[in-house]
Design a protein around this ligand. Structure first.
Ligand SMILES: [Zn+2]
Ligand SMILES: [Zn+2]
Length: 348
């Protein structure tokens, strides 16, 4: 029991840390190397390496500067709110594992080598976490109040690796909590099947997969560098180009490619968009006023206020409600919500 608790603690710690590490030196270096290869193959001779990778119009854009400010906020929150959440997630995850022992029973001894336990747990946890993130992301586009929070991420007009921090803290908490829960459930199931085989350091298997994935250019998904994996591989893995498609303001790209690492979920549930050729994209909220959030305070409070208005009917007068819906329809509404809002049953 103690070992499992310690394991779950480390799992959650690892997840929270890995989110924050997305701009860690090895990952940025990996992105730099891959982006340099893209420059060498496609832009060498037309633009200098420096101008290709670090255009001032992107890195010093108003939208990018807001991302840097949100990084500071995120760092502060990591030290307070996220660590508090980690404790409760541990308790929930541990409860799931304990329920298996209590209500399903203790399984007969299974002889599995430590290597297989590590491999099995690492892959299962990676897949479970990725699926959990897919579900949360899809819900963020589907549920109007949640979309108000998620719009902050989509309001980025330029993409840099720091756009990963342009996520509302409440969405960040939800993402981290659901991901930690997914890993905790997998850890519980594995501990139930092969008690005592899942040592705390096994969790490093997740690290290894995440590490490799992140080094292989995850940071380029939030960048101006177009990197496609080709149509076949993009049915399995989300390429940087596919995530850039997700950020595109073009209606034909809306509500596509919700996946984090695996494209399989998008493929299975009909939201996949594979890239065939280089596409010229513009980012930001469609139809929204061009500068949705002018400063960090607005970026944190406006989404919250708008989400509350969607959740609490008494916060909206009839007039306000109508105008809010009109503004949602005319502005950065998720297509899924826009479609629902335009039907007679939309507000039921
Ligand atoms: Zn999204
Ligand atoms: Zn994004």
């Amino acid at each position: 029991m103690i070992e499992l608790t310690s394991l779950l603690d480390r799992a959650i710690e690892a997840l929270l840390a890995s989110a924050g590490d997305r701009i860690g030196a090895p990952y940025l270096l990996g992105a730099l190397v891959i982006a340099s290869i893209v420059w060498w193959r496609h832009a060498r001779g037309r633009r200098s390496w420096l101008a290709f990778l670090f255009p001032k119009t992107i890195w010093w854009h108003r939208s990018a500067r807001l991302d840097y400010a949100l990084l500071a906020v995120r760092t502060l929150l990591d030290l307070t709110l996220l660590s508090a959440l980690a404790v409760s997630s541990t308790a929930v995850s541990f409860g799931v594992a304990r329920a298996l022992w209590r209500y399903v029973g203790i399984l007969p001894d299974v002889h599995v080598s430590q290597a297989w336990v590590i491999a099995g747990f690492s892959i299962a946890a990676f897949v479970a976490e990725d699926f959990a993130r897919y579900c949360v992301h899809r819900a963020a586009h589907r549920i109007p109040a949640f979309w108000e929070l998620h719009k902050l991420h989509h309001s980025a007009e330029v993409l840099t690796p720091f756009t990963i921090f342009r996520v509302h803290p409440i969405e960040g908490l939800l993402n981290a909590g659901v991901a930690a829960l997914a890993v905790g459930v997998v850890a519980g199931i594995v501990s139930w099947i092969v008690p005592g085989k899942l040592a705390a350091w096994t969790i490093s298997g997740i690290y290894a997969l995440q590490y490799v994935w992140n080094v292989l250019g995850t940071n380029l998904r939030h960048s101006h560098v177009w990197l496609s994996y080709g149509a076949r591989l993009e049915h399995v893995l989300i390429s940087p180009a596919q995530h850039q498609i997700h950020h595109s303001s073009d209606p034909k790209h809306h509500d596509r490619n919700f996946g984090s690492a695996l494209a399989l979920w998008d493929w299975m549930f009909g939201s996949l968009y594979v890239t065939r050729e280089r596409e010229r994209l513009s980012f930001g909220l469609w139809g929204e006023e061009p500068h949705h959030h002018r400063h960090v305070i607005a970026a944190l409070t406006q989404p919250l206020w708008r989400a509350l208005r969607r959740l609490v009917p008494s916060m909206r007068t009839n007039t306000h409600e109508q105008s809010a819906d009109v503004s949602v329809l005319a502005s950065g509404a998720s297509p899924a919500w826009r479609q629902r809002a335009s039907t007679p049953h939309a507000r039921s």
